[in-house]
Design a protein around this ligand. Sequence first.
Ligand SMILES: [Ca+2]
Ligand SMILES: [Ca+2]
Length: 276
Amino acid sequence: MKRRKHTITSIICAAAVMSFCTPVGVLAEDETHTLTLLDFNGDVMAQLAVPAGEKPDLDSVDTSVLSEYISVDTEKRFSSWSEVPETLTEDMTIQALYRQMTISLESAPTKTEFYDNFGRIRLTGLVVTITISTQLPEKDEDGSFRIETDKVDISSACTTSPQTLDEAFADGNYPTVNVYPPGSDKPIVSYTISYVSNLGDADMDGLITSADASYILGIYSDLATGKKVTFAAGQTKRCNVNGDGMIDAGDAALVLDYYSDAATLEMPSWEDILSQ
Ligand SMILES: [Ca+2]
Ligand SMILES: [Ca+2]
């Protein structure tokens, strides 16, 4: 009996010692919770042990590994986490949300003929867009993350190789021009351009002068009165300066503009005159 009493006393003492050595408050401070991180597909990509009451260090997670090319023109990157908890009071799971960017060629350059062999390559007619689809933390009624879509015209930010008409026509009259979206080394479109010389030299004497304007007006008059007009090879193109399919006073006026520019400018530009 005496021995049993001793045993109970020992248990009570041991319990008292344990209680003294490991107070409840210390237990809570040592407690950690697990933050499970899911990738775009919902698979576990990492787990963080977060001390209770502390903010998880999400900056330590390398989200660049999530970047992937769906196709040559479509890239998926990390956008945000579905939730960024301030502190953890229990185990938690959050998911990486993506931003998908697709570059699209809506329209290739329509201007393929150039009348200068210097200056920049004008990308008239080019339309390149980037469609950005971003997953949002909010979910729709089906339980999927909502997706916000935006489309941006990036045509004016596209660059070319070669960069200028000088470079393009240095090796011949029908060079290929590659067009690159910003930040890309893969052309979105490649096309051939050509240089048409002698635009406006209607009388084909090798010079562009007021005589060409008169010549064009003469043709216009003849055509208007039903006279038969014959042209040498390539002559109609020289006369129809604005390319609208007719030879008329408008073309003569453009020739005079060029002739006027030639008197004052070192390098008169048909492209500048035609784009005004
Ligand atoms: Ca001429
Ligand atoms: Ca015309």
